[in-house]
Design a protein around this ligand. Structure first.
Ligand SMILES: [Fe+2]
Ligand SMILES: [Fe+2]
Length: 196
């Protein structure tokens, strides 16, 4: 398995949870009630898995190795991808703030959460497609087998030391809980180095 395959598999897990978030937002719009447990779990997943683990590996390991400031496969420049990660963090923060307000009894926070969720889903989905279709093929064509292997080892080291044992399984369990709740096909045994 190449380092880029790890990142691609993680994208598939993230996309599943985005489907769950879409279902939760649609349900909230219809019932005018928010399944706060699902939103809380989704935000925990996006913070811990999509951002800290997945974007962390891209930012600290993949981008520096590629040096993708001036690549021909625009618009996937490093600057744009980093800005998109930051924009995603903003959506997650705003959803968390509004979830807190909703839980304190502020029902006006509900439409703000569903709007933010819809924008976040759109945002992260296009970001993932951009990486899958442009960044990773470029990485695969540029990196030697030895460089892919070094990158894989670097992923494993960072996750073992920074994420901690069992972290990957914990986030997969959250993803599968959400899939079960929202009738989304569960995540298979995605191979990842998180927590291993
Ligand atoms: Fe990314
Ligand atoms: Fe990514």
């Amino acid at each position: 398995m190449r380092a880029t395959d790890i990142l691609k598999e993680e994208h598939q897990v993230i996309l599943r949870v985005l489907h769950c978030l879409a279902a939760a937002a649609k349900d909230a719009e219809r019932t005018k009630k928010l399944d706060t447990d699902s939103i809380r779990k989704s935000l925990e997943f996006f913070r811990g898995f999509a951002d800290a683990c997945h974007h962390g590996k891209e930012e600290a390991q993949l981008f520096p190795v590629l040096g993708i400031n001036n690549v021909s496969c625009t618009p996937a420049t490093r600057h744009i991808l980093l800005a998109e990660h930051e924009e995603g963090r903003g959506y997650v923060r705003a959803m968390a703030e509004n979830l807190e307000k909703y839980e304190m009894g502020d029902t006006t926070a509900l439409p703000r959460i569903t709007t933010l969720a819809t924008r976040y889903i759109e945002h992260l989905t296009q970001h993932i497609h951009k990486e899958d279709e442009c960044l990773f093929p470029m990485a695969d064509s540029r990196l030697s087998a030895a460089e892919q292997e070094d990158l894989l080892k670097a992923f494993e080291k960072v996750e073992r030391e920074e994420m901690g044992a069992g972290t990957h399984e914990r986030y997969l369990a959250i993803a599968n809980d959400l899939c079960k709740r929202w009738n989304v096909e569960p995540v298979a045994s995605a191979h990842s180095c998180c927590g291993h």
